[in-house]
Design a protein around this ligand. Structure first.
Ligand code: TRP
Length: 318
């Protein structure tokens, strides 16, 4: 099968250092990339199928409807890099239209990545698949060769909204460097909308989002000798209009003490660990961000209800 594997996975020591540093802050936080262990990746796939979670199905709808135009913009015969490929569902719609020479799915969840890369290589035998396990929130290396030109990137799911805006800008800048002058980026960006719709999307009736958020504590218990009782915390998600972002927290139900990697952390009742932000952009604000990162907006596709946007951006020549 035409699939190879490249590993730039974060070390367990990195996870320990990042989690301890986050829990030591005056406002405790844990980076969202640690959601995606095996169980977390599975729960996230389940979130994507929830009736309340509009982003995934709206973005897939846009890819189905405008896939040919998007492929035209990215250019045929490219080396296509997908950041945060997860289960690689969205890319299937694009690959059929695009037919890249090489497809490089990048994800932090190793087993999940390998399984979906193999499935994809079997479905598209003409495409060379180079799976790369890496943490794209930091500088990372990819299995690229000098003659892998032209390059294009796909960054779906509004994951760009999970970065703080200055970090989003720095990240897009790094993607631009990876692509080279004239390279194209196709990026999904969730739009600002009514608080009711946002609230429902992050507080589903079945409690899958809550389970996904709380799984972080189970993972820390397993990998960092933690003593969290997940039942002593609850999921909280709300829209912060001032910063135009959803905030996800794990809130302590009572005063308590927890050990992580030999260190003690105290929680008061109602104190939270901030686990994720999901920024919601207007088209105009996202264009401004992309331009600051060295990209020119070329096209934007949105659904009729203006729930979600997919942007086609071109890296400038300078
Ligand atoms: N990247 C997703 C988003 O921002 C992740 C996500 C969905 C998420 N639901 C969540 C993260 C609930 C934490 C809690 O939409």
């Amino acid at each position: 099968m035409n699939v190879s594997f490249f590993d730039d996975h974060p070390e367990p020591a990195d996870i320990r250092a990042e989690v301890l540093a986050g829990l030591t802050q005056p406002e405790k936080r844990i980076p969202p990339k640690f959601f995606y262990d095996e169980q977390g990746s599975r729960l996230f796939d389940a979130i994507c199928e929830l009736p309340e979670y509009y982003p995934t199905r709206t973005e897939i709808g846009l890819l189905r409807q405008y896939g040919a135009e998007m492929a035209e913009l990215l250019g045929h015969d490219v080396v296509l890099i997908e950041l945060g490929s997860g289960s690689s569902l969205k890319i299937r719609t694009l690959l059929a239209a695009l037919r890249p020479r090489v497809y490089i799915p990048v994800d932090i969840s190793r087993e999940h990545l390998l399984r979906s890369a193999e499935g994809l290589a079997a479905a598209f035998p003409d495409i060379e698949v180079r799976a790369a396990c890496a943490d794209y929130s930091r500088p990372f290396s990819l299995p690229l060769q000098a003659d892998d030109q032209p390059r294009a990137a796909f960054f779906p799911g509004s994951s760009v909204g999970n970065f703080e805006p200055p970090d989003a800008e720095a990240f897009l800048h790094r993607v631009g460097t990876l692509l080279g002058p004239g390279g194209h980026l196709l990026i999904g960006v969730d739009l600002r909308k009514s608080e009711d719709l946002l609230h429902a999307a992050y507080n589903d009736a079945q409690g899958i989002t809550a389970a996904f958020n709380l799984n972080l504590l189970t993972r820390i218990n397993r990998e960092l000798e933690g003593t969290f009782d997940p039942a002593a915390f609850h999921h909280s998600a709300f829209f912060n209009p001032h910063d135009s972002r959803m905030e996800m927290h794990l809130v302590s139900n009572a005063p308590q003490q927890v050990l992580v990697a030999g260190e003690t952390f105290r929680f008061s009742e109602g104190e939270s660990i901030h686990t994720e932000c999901s920024y919601k952009y207007s088209v105009k604000d996202f264009h401004a961000l992309a331009e600051r990162a060295g990209f020119k907006p070329v096209r934007v596709w949105t659904d009729d209800q203006q729930l979600f946007s997919v942007h086609g951006l071109r890296r400038g020549d300078d």
